[in-house]
Design a protein. Structure first.
Length: 403
């Protein structure tokens, strides 16, 4: 196989995904084009430089529909001969785009690709595409469908995580993110969003709440308790699937769950020859990728089997990994990962995560991979693993190593 190298990774700041968010007036198309342009300008991608743009976005309706990837190429400064394809693996769409690009390079299907994704959650609300798993009774009833928040609470109940455990993790995420921004650790990758007059719209992740503490989180009501318990509630559905649980403990709320935000990210992947021809130095090699299906009711446990699978593909053990990025969709997802592998907490989400900075669904996978690479370079570490849980019961993971 041909080695696939990461040459560059960029992302926008994450804006609050609501009407008063700084990026609310920016469309997914424009944010995608800005991100593609940044990657082009930083790496001199003139002409038909890459084989394809593989672009993740989850809610593919309205202004995020119609093969947004191809439209983004046309709206950017990239050569119009470069095609684009939009993909949707829910929360892992951005990482899956990178994995698809890397595996096509490894298989000889192209010299270079741009991969990443976008989600403007303040403009195109999550769920507005009408997912069959949630609305079609022929599958929802048979598979014991519950919303993701209920799934996160099932994980907490099944594996013994308390409200204090989740809140303490959220406080730590906020503190780490604030410290990372203060230390300018995202400076290499974050590109400011500017308007057509060149004025800065946003240059930092605006969702963060650095003053968060256990007391402030303790005042928040559980977000999914009512939908779980009020008849006909989703708790009853979950307990049919997991009758050994007496009840579902509802520990998640807005403060220990990922934030709804807007954002985009892109990664440049290519062969050694591609880089040498353009005077580009590779930053890392994609060593292995994985994707798995899991129980669709508990839904969010995918990072554990996805990690087991990617380690096996790479011929590695968990102790061989220096740093981890585990998407903070909900606190219990990361707590379960830490419990399953007994890894040093200081190696996981070193610079905070989606609880603090937000989770722009289609972009997050590419964001955390770029964050992982930046931190590997900053702290002089050799290997890193990025993984995400995925709606409907899936998981994805990627191992990279510096070169």
């Amino acid at each position: 196989m041909t080695d696939a190298y990461i040459y560059d990774a960029v992302r926008t700041p994450r804006g609050k995904g609501r009407k008063d968010g700084s990026l609310h007036e920016v469309t997914a198309l424009r944010l995608s084009a800005l991100t593609l342009n940044a990657l082009k300008d930083r790496n001199g991608l003139d002409g038909h430089a890459v084989e394809d743009v593989i672009w993740g976005n989850v809610t593919q309706v309205g202004e995020q529909g119609g093969c947004l990837a191809r439209t983004a190429v046309l709206a950017s400064d990239l050569d119009e001969r470069i095609p684009g394809v939009s993909i949707n693996r829910f929360c892992a769409s951005g990482l899956e785009a990178v994995n698809m690009a890397a595996n096509q390079v490894r298989g000889g299907a192209g010299q270079a690709f741009i991969a990443g994704g976008v989600e403007m959650m303040g403009r195109v609300p999550m769920g507005s595409d009408g997912a069959a798993i949630a609305v079609d009774p022929t599958v929802a009833m048979e598979r014991y469908f519950v919303p993701q928040g209920i799934s996160a609470d099932i994980i907490a109940t099944e594996y013994g995580f308390t409200r204090d455990d989740a809140d303490a993790y959220a406080v730590e995420s906020q503190a780490r993110a604030a410290a990372a921004w203060a230390d300018r650790r995202f400076e290499r990758s974050v590109i400011p969003v500017r308007d057509r007059n060149g004025l800065t719209v946003l240059d930092h992740d605006e969702y963060m709440r650095p003053g968060t503490d256990m007391q402030s989180l303790g005042a928040l009501k559980p977000s999914f308790k009512e939908m779980g318990e009020v008849m006909p509630g989703f708790d009853a559905v979950a307990l049919m699937k997991y009758p050994h649980l007496e009840r579902i403990e509802h520990i998640h709320h807005a403060g220990n769950s990922s934030g709804i935000v807007d954002g985009a990210a892109a990664v440049l992947i290519g062969t050694k020859d591609f880089g040498e021809a353009r005077g580009l130095k590779p930053r890392a090699r994609v060593r292995a990728t994985s994707r798995v299906g899991t129980d669709p009711t508990i839904m969010l446990t995918g990072p554990v089997p996805a990690t087991e699978r990617v380690l096996a593909a790479a011929g590695m053990q968990i102790g061989d990994i220096d740093l981890f990025e585990v998407n903070e969709a909900f606190a219990s997802v990361v707590l379960r990962f830490l419990q399953a592998f007994e890894v040093d907490r200081a190696k996981v989400n070193v610079n905070g995560g989606s609880i603090a900075m937000g989770h722009p669904l289609g972009a997050t996978g590419a964001i955390i991979l770029g964050t992982l690479l930046d931190e590997m370079e900053r702290s002089d570490r050799e290997t890193g693993l990025a993984t995400l849980c995925i709606g409907s019961g899936m998981g994805a993971a990627t191992i990279i190593e510096r070169v």
